[in-house]
Each structure stands twice: as C-alpha cells, then as structure tokens.
Design a protein around this ligand. Structure first.
Ligand code: SAM
Length: 338
C-alpha cells in the first residue's frame, strides 16, 4: 500500500507564524481606551482619552477581526480601557461568535458586570477575567482611585453564578501595597471556588513609578500559598501565561503570571489591536503598526490580511524587561489593552 503524505494546507488556511516559529492565534482587542476606574499601575489620574474619531468604529472592528480570523486567529479577548463602557459591545460579541471565534473572553474591572452579565452570556461570551487588586475596601479605593468596591464584588458574584463560572480574578501584586494579601486572596479562591491569578507588576504604568523591587515574584506567591495549602499543578497549554495549581484539599485554583521573573515569551501566541487601530506584536513593542490608516484608506480584505501576516513576521523575540538597556514603551497599559 502506498503511504499518503498529508498535502500542505493552502497558504490562506495556514496559521500565522512569526520569525521564531511561534504560531500566532490569539488576538487581544482593546475596544476602547476609556475606563471608569483609574488604577495607578495602568493610567494617570488625570488621564486624557483619545478623541472619539480616532477610535475604531464597531464596523471597523468587525472588518479587522474578520481579517485576523481568516488568518488563523482562534482565541480572542476583549479588553481596554474597560470593555463594558463601549456601547454595543454585546452585539460585537455576538458577531464575533457568528464569524467563528472559538474562544471568546473578556477582561473587565467588574464595575458594570452585575447588570450586564446576562447579556454577555446571551451574546456568546465564553469566559471572563475580573480585576480585583485588594480585598480591603480602603486599599481597593487607593489602587483604583474610585469608590467601586461593592459593585466589583457584586460583579464577581454575578459572573460566578452564571455560565461564566469559574471566573478568573486578576490581582496585580505590588510590594508594600497588597503583597500582604496573598494568603487572603488564596482563601478567597477557596471560599468562592474561583481561579485567583497573581500578576507580576510590569513597567507599563503611566506615572513611571515601576521599580524592580516593587515586583512580587511568582515563586514567593507559590511558596507562601503552598506552605499553607498543598498545591497540585494543573496541566496548561504551552502558550498560556499562567502556571496553574489547584488546592489538594478543596476547590478553587490559583494562577501565577510571571512576565518579569519567569518570562514566557518563548511560547507567546499573542498580538494586540489597540482601540485606535494599531497592531502591536508585544506588550513592550517600540513600534505600532497602523491598520486603521489602511482600512480608512480603502484597503480591501486581502490587503489587510497580507499586512497582518507581514507585521506578524516582525514580532519581537522577547519583551527584554530584564535586559540592561530595556526602555518601557511610550504607550502605557491603558492605551495598549491588557
Ligand atoms: N479594564 C479592564 C480591567 O480592569 O481588567 C481591562 C483592561 S486592564 C488594562 C487588563 C489587565 O491588565 C488587568 O488585569 C490589569 O490588572 C492588568 N494591568 C494593567 N496594568 C498593569 C501593569 N502595569 N502590570 C501588570 N498588569 C497590569
């Protein structure tokens, strides 16, 4: 019998790869730069938002996302700014599901979530991450510079009572601010049966206050939690940012995201579209690639798709945070989309 070797996929169906052989299949889309919180590690208190005309319209977002999906994007996360302040976001979610996004998630601050959760689920959202940097009301208000603690907790509870369960809760740990809450967050995960994710503080803050000694290493978080409750590793995809563990004696899970002390660039599958239509191949890219200009200049779908592939071919090898000549990007987290 003659062995048949599989014929290679036509170029238009092959997933995008970058110069380092990584498959690029995960797009994070910032649907707005606007936000109803003012977290210090993300934006300045007197933040000026982009003029509305600079933001992609929902129709433009549809077209660009279709181009990415045609090039092999399978996972898509909506972020911002705050995605729930973008009018029409539920309809956008429904359209993304209709055009074939396999895994559609959102990162939100949770403030508007309790009242919107049902609509997000009905639209087809698959998963949700909610940011919560302190379980202590005063500290939460200090971080977010708003009085929104009760609404965020209500948002977490609403999502956890919905098909989005188990929700993931993200905390950025900052030494001297909330690093004394590691154990309390772990207890919160156990009690609420959620996934509690600890993120190392990255140099993306508007006030340029970041210093290396403000970073709480993931290894320390692991040591402190596993010292109290034995942890069992959970299998994860190589491209996932979090190292995941469940509690040996109960429910709940933790995730450790260590971009500073244990960079995961070698398996990165992500690219980012900013609210003003720039494609970024790394959180720490020095360069933005303007897709909005192309779109508004009348480019067709094929031209946009070709541009995306060409940009992906220039993806950086790594973020270089730990290199002596590292310079933070000029855009801060709120403009990039987390
Ligand atoms: N508004 C939404 C929210 O609050 O989750 C989505 C946007 S926010 C920029 C996305 C994620 O980025 C949040 O989990 C936030 O904690 C994280 N983030 C923002 N600035 C960060 C920084 N300097 N270092 C690490 N994570 C950061």
């Amino acid at each position: 019998m003659i062995g048949l070797s599989p014929s290679p996929l036509p170029a238009r169906l092959r997933p995008m790869t970058d110069p380092f052989g990584r498959t690029i299949s995960y797009l994070r889309v910032s649907v707005t730069d606007r936000c109803d919180l003012r977290c210090f590690y993300c934006m300045s208190e007197d933040m000026t938002f982009l003029p509305k005309a600079d933001l992609l319209t929902l129709e433009e977002l549809d077209r660009l996302c279709s181009a990415f999906i045609a090039k092999g994007v399978k996972k898509l996360r909506l972020t911002g700014g705050e995605p729930l302040v973008r009018p029409g976001v539920e309809d956008f979610i429904a359209r993304l599901k209709a055009i074939g996004v396999q895994d559609l998630s959102m990162t939100t601050n949770g403030f508007l979530l309790a009242e919107r959760c049902d609509r997000l689920v009905a639209a087809g959202l698959d998963r949700i991450n909610i940011s919560l940097d302190s379980l202590n009301r005063e500290k939460f208000e200090q971080v977010t510079r708003t009085k929104t603690f009760d609404q965020v907790i209500a948002g977490i509870e609403a999502a956890q009572a919905s098909p989005l369960r188990p929700v993931k809760v993200n905390a950025v740990l900052v030494r001297g601010l909330n690093d004394n809450e590691v154990e309390a967050f772990a207890e919160f995960a156990r009690e609420k049966e959620i996934v509690m994710r600890f993120i190392e503080f990255m140099p993306l803050d508007a006030d340029r206050a970041w210093t290396r000694d403000m970073v709480v290493p993931a290894a320390e978080v692991y040591r402190r939690i596993s010292g109290l409750w034995p942890l069992i590793p959970v299998v994860h995809e190589r491209s996932e940012t979090a190292r995941k563990y469940r509690f040996a004696d109960g429910l709940g899970e933790i995730g450790l995201i260590a971009p500073v002390t244990q960079p995961f660039c070698g398996h990165c599958s992500r690219i980012r579209l900013t609210a003003d239509g720039k494609l970024r191949t790394c959180l720490f890219s020095k360069e933005d690639h303007d897709l909005k200009g192309l779109l508004r200049g009348g480019a067709g779908d094929r031209e946009i798709g070709d541009a995306v592939v060409a940009i992906v071919h220039r993806k950086e090898k790594s973020h270089r945070i730990n290199e002596p000549d590292f310079v933070p990007p000029s855009r801060t987290m709120v403009y990039i989309g987390g």
